[in-house]
Structures are given as C-alpha cells and as structure tokens.
Design a protein around this ligand. Structure first.
Ligand code: SF4
Length: 439
C-alpha cells in the first residue's frame, strides 16, 4: 500500500497542482474515534474540538511551497525519472532544502506562523501544521463560509508581502500552485497529522516534533514550558504595509493587515485591532473616532453605553448593527486613557478606513464626532458648523453629527443629533429616488 507521502507526492506531478475541490460530491466518513483515543492529537488538538470529518467543508491536507523550492531543472529531471521513484525524489528535494529556504529564517517562519494563528478558530481549525524551510503543511478545517481557496489566497498574499519586505526582495515568494487533499476518514486524518508532525524529524531538523519550534507540536511544547509567544511564534511587531499596498487588499487581507499592523504607536498597547462591524455591502457607513477599553477587549466598535446609544440611534432610522449598516473607526487601535487619536495616528491609519470605504462603496457616510468629521473632510471645523449639510468624501455624500459618547455627557445635544439623523434619512431617501429616476 502506498504511504500518504507517496500518494500526495505522486499526485504532485500532475498538473494543475491546485484543484478547487467541490465538496458537494465528496462524501466524507464521520469520525470513528473520539479525540481521547486519537493519540496523534494529544497535546496538539487542545481547543475543545473533536476531529470531526464532515461533509460540509471537510478537513484538508494542504501543502504550499516557496517559489524556488522546485526549480525548473529539478522538474525537468523529475519528468525524465520513472514515475514510481518520482514521489520520493520530490520529497527528497523538498526536505533537502532546495532553493533559498527563506522559511529557515526565524523571522520569516514567524510571519507565516503569526498569520496562521491570526484566524485560527475563527475562519478555520488547524488540526496540525508545520513550517518547513521551503514549504508549509497544514491539516486544516475551514469554518462557516470561509472557503479553503480564500483562506489560502489571503494567507499567501499577506505572508508573501511581509516576507518580501522583511527580506528586501521582490518577485514570487510562494509557488502559485498549491496542493490540497480532502481527508476522507479517521485513518487518513491520523496519517496526515502524523506526516505533518514528523516532517522535521524526517528532514533531520529535529530529533522529535516537540523540538521543532516552527511546528504545532513544538509550539505547544514551548508554550507549555512557559516560553513567551515571542520566543516560539512571532515578534510583537512587523513592518507595516505601505498605503499603496493597503489600497490593493480585499476584505480578508485588509482585516489581517490591520490585525498585525504596527504603523503607529497604538499597536503597542492594543489587545487587538478593532476593524469594524456590519454588512460589508451596506449603503450606510457610520464612522467614529477610535476604540475604547471595552471595544479593545471585545474587538468590536461601539460597545458599552455609547454603543447602546448608537444602536438606538440606528433603530430610530430603521437601521440595525449588522444589517444595512457598517460601523468603523478612524483608527483601529485603542489610544491609551481614552484620549483622542493624534494627527500622526490618524494619518497612519487612514489607508485602512479609505480602503474599507473603497471596498464598501456606501451610499452615505455619517461621521460621528469631530475626529471622524475632520478626518473624512480633510479640514478642521466645529461640529456645529458642519451639521445640517451634505458634505463630500471623495464623491460619497457625508453628513456630520455628534459622537454617541459625547451625547451621553451632553443630553441637550441629543435633540440635535436626532435632527441630524432625520436629515441623514431624508438625504438617503433623496439619493435613492435620484438613483431610481436615472435607471
Ligand atoms: S491604529 Fe491603525 S495605523 Fe495604528 S497600529 Fe492600529 S491599525 Fe495600524
């Protein structure tokens, strides 16, 4: 019987290497063993999930590798070799560390690991993983609406950008093609996990999986031994993307970029970047100034008392958080002591909000408070002087009103805020009528 490595490496010789699998026609057997009987998972799979193999989504063995890991000369040579020896040769090529092997550098491996961990549990479950010097293996289970192809695209794009920048190099970082295999049962799942875990040992990089820092087993062992995140995983800071690079990102990439952004000093004290919440195709965009303490903890803008007031304001014009409306802030990370973000922080974070707006293309923007108003208008002015007008943000109508946190302290301005919302609703209806009339 062929080993798993022989199977997948043999398949690696077929093109195209990347196949977008339709899972509907791939029926996957349910898990036959509980996690406690699966000793490959001990110490690795510790998030409370069972290794359930489900038809919906499924679990994949996924491999992607550096652009130079299999040079053309090697591929030509492999083409001439006997099919039965080809898989072994490829395995030898990869594990012998062909090419530049950028992932051998801790700072580059850490970029990949940090990116992998960023959305673990939210977009996917990582049953096991290893970052080898010139390739990466994952046993991955996409969650919800997150397709494997989207996850991989986002991961490769982000890590390639960051790694190239860190290495001061250009050009393809990852090979375009990747390899995925839908895991069809418990035995295959166990073999895949074992294959991934043992890869550093087979490649003579460690005597045991737990000794290899850039694999799941080593990561868990290091953490259990009290190693800091920085020692095992990634440095706290990574170089920031340029505004031009941010302007090219899609939603998942943009969220990931903000989550790891270090472009201003606010990153140092954040619990997490607070990207935004709501319908990404919404007609209405509400922009506040910055996350506060509760937002920083929960990862969502406008929670707490100010958030409740904003929800009430939305309800008064028949909107709801998450439906027809999107809520974001001028800066994505919490300024200490709830101070306003300073000019440098607003400037550093501007590409993120600009890109959110470009992706969303809202029909109407409502700026909540002076920081948001000044940022979106690009000029200083008081709220009082800006209210009651349809202003402009790069062609999108913009209306200004008070920040809900201010309204909690200044009850007399609540009536004015209500007027502003009515004005916004009336403006929106006018825009819709105009649009309908021109169809
Ligand atoms: S506030 Fe914006 S620019 Fe500053 S670190 Fe956070 S995401 Fe980056």
């Amino acid at each position: 019987m062929k080993s798993l490595s022989q199977e997948w490496l043999a398949e690696l010789n077929l093109s195209p290497l990347w196949r977008q699998r339709g899972v509907a026609d791939e029926v996957v057997a349910p898990a036959s063993l509980p996690a406690t009987q699966n000793n490959h998972l001990q110490g690795v799979h510790n998030r409370g999930y069972l290794p359930h193999l489900k038809a919906e989504g499924g679990i994949y063995f996924l491999t992607f590798r550096l652009a130079d890991s299999l040079p053309q000369s090697a591929l030509d040579e492999l083409e001439r070799s006997a099919p039965e020896t080809r898989s072994k040769q490829i395995e030898t090529y990869l594990d012998a560390g062909h090419g530049e092997c950028c992932l051998r550098k801790p700072e580059i491996a850490q970029i990949v690991i940090q990116a992998l961990k960023q959305f673990e549990g939210e977009r996917y479950v990582l049953h096991d993983w290893v970052v080898m010097p010139n390739h990466v293996h994952l046993v991955i289970e996409p969650r919800g609406a997150h397709a494997l192809s989207d996850i991989l695209h986002s991961l490769k794009f982000y890590t390639a950008t960051e790694a190239n920048r860190s290495l001061d190099r250009h050009g393809a970082f990852w090979q375009h093609e990747s390899y995925d295999r839908l895991i069809r049962g418990q035995e295959e799942f166990d073999r895949c996990v074992q294959y991934v875990r043992q890869n550093p040992v087979r490649a003579n990089l460690a005597e045991a999986p737990e000794q290899y820092a850039f694999g799941c087993a080593g990561y868990v062992a290091g953490r259990d031994a009290g190693a800091t995140t920085g020692e095992v995983v990634a440095p706290a800071s990574l170089p920031a993307l340029t505004p031009d690079q941010i302007a090219q990102l899609d939603w998942p990439q943009l969220k990931q970029a903000a989550a790891t952004c270090t472009a201003c000093a606010l990153h140092a004290q954040r619990t997490q970047a607070v990207f935004g919440v709501g319908d990404e195709q919404a007609d209405w965009l509400f922009v506040g100034e910055a996350p506060g303490a509760e937002e920083d903890q929960q990862g969502e803008p406008f929670v707490g008392q100010a958030g409740k007031l904003l929800d009430n304001m939305l309800a008064s014009i028949e909107l709801k958080r998450g439906e027809k409306a999107y809520i974001a802030n001028v800066v994505k990370c919490r300024p200490p002591d709830n101070r306003n973000p300073d000019a440098a922080e607003v400037l550093a974070c501007a590409p993120y909000l600009d890109r959110q707006i470009a992706l969303m293309q809202p029909k109407l923007i409502v700026a909540l408070g002076k920081v948001a108003a000044v940022r979106l208008l690009g000029k200083d002015a008081t709220i009082a002087s800006l209210r009651g007008q349809v202003l402009d943000y790069h062609g999108t109508p913009l209306i200004i009103t008070y920040h809900p946190a201010y309204l909690l302290r200044s009850l007399t301005d609540k009536a004015r805020a209500w007027e502003d919302l009515c004005f916004a609703r009336q403006t929106f209806r006018g825009l819709m009528n105009q649009a309908n009339a021109t169809i």
